[in-house]
Design a protein around this ligand. Structure first.
Ligand SMILES: Nc1ncnc2c1ncn2[C@@H]1O[C@H](COP(=O)(O)OP(=O)(O)OP(=O)(O)O)[C@@H](O)[C@H]1O
Ligand SMILES: [Mg+2]
Length: 657
């Protein structure tokens, strides 16, 4: 070997969180990539305990007060798993090209690393069953046989899920064709000899199986493209005491046994085994398993990699399989800070809880939040963070004036749509009359556009065609209704957060009120500075009105341009897929969170979002607070969990009752 081995820190997709098609694609890309190897490759999964992290609610506190908070609760240890690759430039002369090809074909990011993170540092001494390094205990085991069950790419997770710190090294050495064939022939001859000797006492099934496997490997060799590899695996488990590491060894062996895999402890050989997990094996003497390329291709080593830096991200809970904190940003593969989000779950699935959590997280990060709240559920958390609660049924104190929102053209279109929604469908002539009246009011009210919808009445009454319309409009622009539909004002000025409660509005007001508020949202999105989060709970209730649907679709389309993110929550997938409005939202929602569903609903979602059967089953079995985060080809199973500080604000959250 010439030159130094090269170490690379890598970050690749957790293949188990991908759609079936993507798993197949990545698995076969990895298999193809392995064929490029001309020398040994070592993949080392380093699992380390993360320092306890504060997240969510605690971070609301100013930094000074934060240090006085009690520490994070015990339990729920978090681990980071990082995969390092070690390629020897002497045997893989084109190591860099090799890595580039890995990046391109398997979406793996690589960066050079000088060393592996230490498990223990300081003086070391060897015991029979452990290596003591800097006061820590390391025990190693070696693979003595490949899995006895059928495995797919990602199966290493079964071993890497061992709680605790460890280095798991997988060394893959391509065998030259001729040498591999020679050793297989030797092996077959040996097996045949054993069979002959043993035949006197009847056939031995173990010999038959071994001979069958060796013949199959020879066939692989004979097929063009098939290659054979020697695979070695060693794990060094690390604890702070002999008892801790002993328990880890037992846990690891249980996991291996579930795979019908045999691992032998490296007793009295601990130092050489540790050198193997550091990527510096001593020559010879270890168990080596011969595997064809397809089998080696299942050794995908990027499993459950943890995202750092949750402080600056929206934490929505924990990964169901790995226990790692999950952030909304994790689903945004283009790294854009804010994207639309669609949430679909049956009633009681935990949508509003999730909406509140996202709202709180946005407020924590200094974003302006507006919630459209048809069930008046979001008042409590909003007040707790100093936000404003506007109950539209209780004369809100700030007007949403159709004639003031947006450009003149937008205001005119809105005024006509609003009249249409309030008075019942307008005939073509009535529409023109309404437009003339609104134009007149805007033109005559000066640059500040102080005119309100009620001012249209006088102008309408001057026209034959407008008289009947004026009669229908009058009740909406006077009295109680007038306070909402015909008051001056450009909506609330949102300081931190603002919840707009719609629940207690008379049924017949709902469409008009939501139309006005949606128009205001469009106006606010464009006019307000900074990052904005808009949350529309129970969007299904709102989508009956065409004008409203088109405003919401516009909001979805434009959100990103104005640093906004729209979160739409609804009970059924058909709200998102059965209408043009929904399609705009679904297309513009880079991330979709799907929660509990009955079979029929789950089938519809499967069709709409291209889910696998296993995803559909997951949805059918999901409980309250379980969501599948779907983004492109990623499917992350999330258990929505709010930090302690938020829980009282979110639970049983119907305030203002
Ligand atoms: N992740 C969670 N952790 C703890 N409690 C939760 C969680 N999700 C939901 N809940 C609780 O379950 C109940 C129902 O949840 P929620 O109101 O969010 O459901 P929903 O999907 O919005 O239902 P609906 O469609 O009827 O509005 C609430 O009391 C809520 O506090
Ligand atoms: Mg709800």
């Amino acid at each position: 070997m010439s030159g130094d081995p090269r170490l690379w820190r890598t970050h690749g997709p957790d293949i188990l969180d991908r759609s079936a098609a993507e798993r197949r694609r990545l698995g076969s890309a990895f298999t193809t990539w392995l064929q490029l190897l001309s020398g040994p490759l070592t993949m080392i999964i380093c699992c380390r305990r993360l320092p306890k992290r504060r997240w969510g609610g605690e971070l609301f506190e100013p930094a000074a007060a934060r240090s006085e908070l009690p520490g994070p609760p015990p339990g729920d240890d978090e681990f980071s798993r990082t995969t390092y690759l070690l390629v020897a430039p002497g045997t893989n002369p084109d190591a860099l090209r090799l890595l580039e090809s890995l990046q391109a074909s398997c979406q793996v990011e690589t960066s050079p690393a000088s060393r592996l993170p230490a498990l223990g540092e300081g003086p070391w001494s060897e015991r029979g069953r452990a290596l003591l390094v800097g006061g820590r205990w390391l025990s190693s085991l070696r693979m003595a046989g490949s899995p006895g069950v059928e495995v797919e790419a990602g199966w290493l997770w079964e071993l890497a899920s061992t709680p605790g710190e460890f280095d798991l090294a997988v060394r893959v050495v391509p065998r030259p064709q001729a040498a591999a064939d020679r050793s297989l022939r030797r092996r077959l001859r040996g097996l045949l000899a054993q069979e002959l000797v043993g035949s006197l006492s009847g056939p031995d099934p173990r010999l038959e199986v071994a001979a069958h496997a060796a013949r199959e490997l020879r066939q692989v060799l004979a097929r063009s493209g098939g290659r054979l590899f020697h695979v070695e695996m060693t794990v060094s488990l690390c604890g702070d005491s002999a008892a801790e590491v002993k328990a880890m060894v037992a846990g690891f062996r249980t996991r291996a046994a579930a795979l019908r895999m045999n691992w032998t402890p490296a007793w009295f050989d601990e130092l050489p085994a540790r050198l193997e997990t550091l990527g510096r094996p001593l020559p010879g003497g270890r168990p080596q398993i011969l595997m064809p390329t397809e089998e080696v291709g299942t050794l995908w080593p990027w499993v459950a990699t943890t995202e750092p830096g949750v402080e600056e991200q929206t934490v929505i809970g924990r990964h169901q399989r790995t226990g790692a904190l999950v952030t909304l940003e994790a689903g945004h593969q283009d790294g854009h800070p804010n994207r639309n989000l669609a949430v679909v779950a049956a009633s009681g699935g935990g949508k509003s809880y999730l909406a509140g959590l996202v709202g709180l997280e946005a407020a924590r990060r200094g974003q302006a939040v507006v919630v459209l709240d048809p069930e008046n559920e979001h008042g409590r958390w909003c007040s707790a963070v100093g936000g404003e609660y506007l109950d539209l049924a209780q004369s809100p104190g700030c007007g949403f004036n159709a004639l003031e929102l947006g450009s003149t053209a937008e205001a005119l279109a809105l005024a006509v749509d609003l009249i249409d929604v309030l008075t019942g469908p307008l005939s073509q002539q009535e529409r023109s009359a309404a437009l003339r009246a609104a134009t007149h009011v805007i033109e005559s009210s000066g640059p500040h556009r102080a005119g309100v919808l009620g001012d249209c009445l006088a102008r309408l009454e001057q026209e034959e065609v407008g008289r009947d319309l004026a009669g229908r409009l009058a009740p909406w622009v006077t009295g109680e209704a007038g306070l909402l539909f015909s008051s001056p004002g450009r909506g609330p000025s949102v300081r931190t957060s603002c919840v707009i409660g719609l629940r207690d509005l008379p049924e017949s007001w709902l469409a008009g009120a939501t139309l006005l508020v949606s128009a205001w949202l469009n106006y606010w999105l464009k006019a307000a500075p900074g990052v904005k989060q808009i949350i529309v709970d129970e969007a299904g209730l709102l989508s009956d009105v065409a004008a409203l649907r088109s405003l919401m679709a516009r909001l979805a389309r434009r959100a990103r341009k104005y640093q906004g993110s729209l979160m739409l929550l609804t009970q059924t997938g058909s709200d998102l897929t059965g209408s043009s409005f929904g399609e705009v939202v679904a297309v513009n929602a880079a991330t979709v969170l799907l929660g509990a569903q009955q079979e029929l609903g789950a089938r519809r979602l499967q069709q709409a979002f291209g889910l696998d059967d296993s995803d559909r089953m997951w949805l059918q079995q999901a409980g309250r607070g379980d969501f599948l985060m779907v983004s492109d080809t990623t499917r992350t199973p999330v258990r929505v969990e709010a930090p302690q500080r938020y829980r009282a604000w979110l639970g049983a959250g119907r305030s203002q009752e």
